[in-house]
Write a protein that binds this ligand. Structure first.
Ligand SMILES: NC(=O)c1ccc[n+]([C@@H]2O[C@H](COP(=O)([O-])OP(=O)(O)OC[C@H]3O[C@@H](n4cnc5c(N)ncnc54)[C@H](O)[C@@H]3O)[C@@H](O)[C@H]2O)c1
Ligand SMILES: [Zn+2]
Length: 375
C-alpha cells in the first residue's frame, strides 16, 4: 500500500461512527502533517509526551507539524507508571486548559502505554470529551495499548482501576521510533505480539518462532517488523470491533494477564518486572493450566518456554529472581479487577486455542502456581 507517504500498512478498526485507521510505516512522524491534517478542525495541536520520548523524538515530530503549518504546544510528564495517577491527571487537565484547548481541538498522545492511557483518559473527560490521536512509541503501545480505546489511571488500590473507553481518532505507528527503545522494553512488548499467536493464530506463533529474532535484533528487520505489528493490530482490531466494551470475547486479550498481574503486584511497579515480562511468564502458566484441563497439548508449554528463551526473555518465575509464595500470588489474583461475581476469570487453552473460563477451582490455580514456583 505504498503511496506518496511512507505508510506501508493501514489497519481499520471497524467501530461504526467511531471507526479509525491505524497507519503503520517508517518515517511517519517526519511527515506527520499528511497523517493528521484531515482530522484537525484547526491547524493546532497539543502534544503530551514523557520526558524520555520528548528528549529523543519531540523535535522530529514538531518539525513534521511545522512543515504542514500546524501549530503545536507540548506538555511533558515524568516517565513511568507513577504518572498514571489522579494528581498527574489533574495537573495535565489544568495544563490543557491553560493552553486554551477547546472542545474541537485534538491532543496527541506521544509515548508508550503510560502516556497513551493517561492522555486518553484526560481527553475523554476534558470538556466532557475531546478527540485525541495516538502516536505510540513503544512496541507494547503499538501492538496493544494504543488500539482499542481503553484509557485509565491507577489508584493505590490497584492498576487501571479508574478509566474510560475512549477511542482515538487515528493511530500513527512510526516504527522508526522503536530504534531507541531499550532492548528490555522491546522484549516486553514482544510478549503481547506472541499473545496474538497464542489466542487464535497458531500459524502466526509458528511464524514468530522462525522470525521473532528479526524483530528483536539490534537493527530490527523492517519487513518482519511491519508484518508482526500489522498482524497484531489486525488481531486486536478484530476482537475490539466484535466486543468493544469487554462483555465477552475481548477478555481473550487478557491471556497471561491474570497470572501476570499477580506477579507484577508481588514485584511492585518499580521496574523489577515489566508488564510484558509478567505477561510472558503468565502465558506459560496459562498453557500449564490448559494442559491440566485437557485443553493444551503436553508440549505446548515447553514450546512457548523454548521460544521465549530463544528471544532472550524471562519465561518462568525463577527467572525473576524474587522469592514468592503461591498463597500470596493467589491473594493478589483475588484482588484483580478481572474478578467476576467473586470468581476469577482465566484465559487458557493451547497454542492458538485460547478460551475464557470462569469455572477454575482454586485448588487447580494453586497447582499451576506451585508448578510455576518449582520450575
Ligand atoms: N489501554 C490498554 O489497552 C493497555 C494495554 C496494555 C497496557 N496498557 C498500559 O500500558 C502501560 C505500559 O506501557 P509501556 O510498556 O509502553 O510503558 P511506558 O509508557 O512506561 O514506556 C516504557 C519506557 O520506555 C520509554 N520509552 C517510550 N518510548 C520510547 C522510545 N521510542 N525510545 C526510548 N524510550 C522510550 C518510556 O519513557 C518509559 O521509560 C501500562 O500502564 C499498562 O497498564 C494499556
Ligand atoms: Zn498486557
Amino acid at each position: 500500500m505504498k503511496s506518496e507517504t511512507s505508510v506501508q500498512e493501514i489497519v481499520n478498526v471497524d467501530l461504526g461512527d467511531r471507526a479509525y485507521e491505524i497507519r503503520i510505516g517508517y518515517g511517519l512522524i517526519r511527515e506527520i502533517g499528511s497523517h493528521v491534517s484531515d482530522i484537525l478542525k484547526r491547524p493546532k495541536v497539543v502534544i503530551v509526551a514523557d520526558r524520555n520520548v520528548a528528549g529523543l523524538h519531540l523535535d522530529t515530530l514538531l518539525d513534521g507539524l511545522k512543515a504542514s503549518a500546524i501549530e503545536a504546544k507540548s506538555i511533558l510528564i515524568e516517565p513511568g507508571e507513577a504518572s498514571k495517577s489522579f494528581s498527574i491527571l489533574e495537573q495535565l487537565l489544568d495544563d490543557l486548559f491553560a493552553m486554551g484547548v477547546e472542545r474541537n481541538d485534538r491532543v496527541i498522545a506521544f509515548g508508550g502505554g503510560v502516556v497513551g492511557d493517561l492522555v486518553g483518559f484526560a481527553s475523554s473527560i476534558l470538556r466532557r470529551g475531546i478527540d485525541f490521536i495516538q502516536i505510540p512509541t513503544t512496541l507494547l503501545a503499538q501492538v496493544d495499548s494504543s488500539v482499542g480505546g481503553k484509557t485509565g489511571i491507577n489508584t493505590p488500590r490497584g492498576k487501571n482501576l479508574v478509566g474510560t473507553f475512549h477511542q482515538p481518532l487515528r493511530v500513527i505507528m512510526d516504527l522508526d521510533l522503536l530504534a531507541t527503545l531499550p532492548p528490555r522494553e522491546l522484549r516486553a512488548g514482544y510478549a503481547e505480539v506472541v499473545k496474538y499467536g497464542l489466542i487464535d493464530d497458531p500459524d502466526f506463533f509458528e511464524w514468530l518462532e522462525e522470525n521473532g529474532h528479526l524483530i528483536l535484533s539490534a537493527n530490527g528487520d523492517m519487513a518482519a517488523t511491519i508484518y508482526a505489528i500489522s498482524k497484531s493490530c489486525q488481531a486486536k482490531a478484530r476482537i475490539v470491533a466484535e466486543d468493544e466494551r469487554e462483555s465477552g470475547k475481548r477478555a481473550l486479550l487478557n491471556l497471561g494477564h491474570t497470572f501476570g498481574h499477580a506477579l507484577e503486584a508481588e514485584c511492585g511497579y518499580d521496574g523489577t518486572l515489566l508488564h510484558g515480562e509478567a505477561v510472558a511468564i503468565g502465558m506459560v502458566m496459562a498453557l500449564d493450566l490448559g494442559h491440566m484441563l485437557g485443553l493444551a497439548d503436553a508440549g505446548d508449554k515447553d514450546r512457548l518456554i523454548k521460544h521465549l528463551r530463544a528471544m532472550d526473555m524471562r519465561a518462568t518465575i525463577a527467572d525473576i529472581g524474587v522469592p514468592m509464595k503461591a498463597e500470596t500470588l493467589l491473594a493478589h489474583m483475588a484482588q484483580d479487577k478481572k474478578v467476576e461475581d467473586g470468581k476469577l476469570v482465566f484465559i487458557t487453552g493451547g497454542i492458538g486455542t485460547a478460551t475464557i473460563r470462569k469455572d477454575i477451582h482454586e485448588s487447580t490455580v494453586l497447582r499451576v502456581l506451585e508448578n510455576a514456583l518449582d520450575a
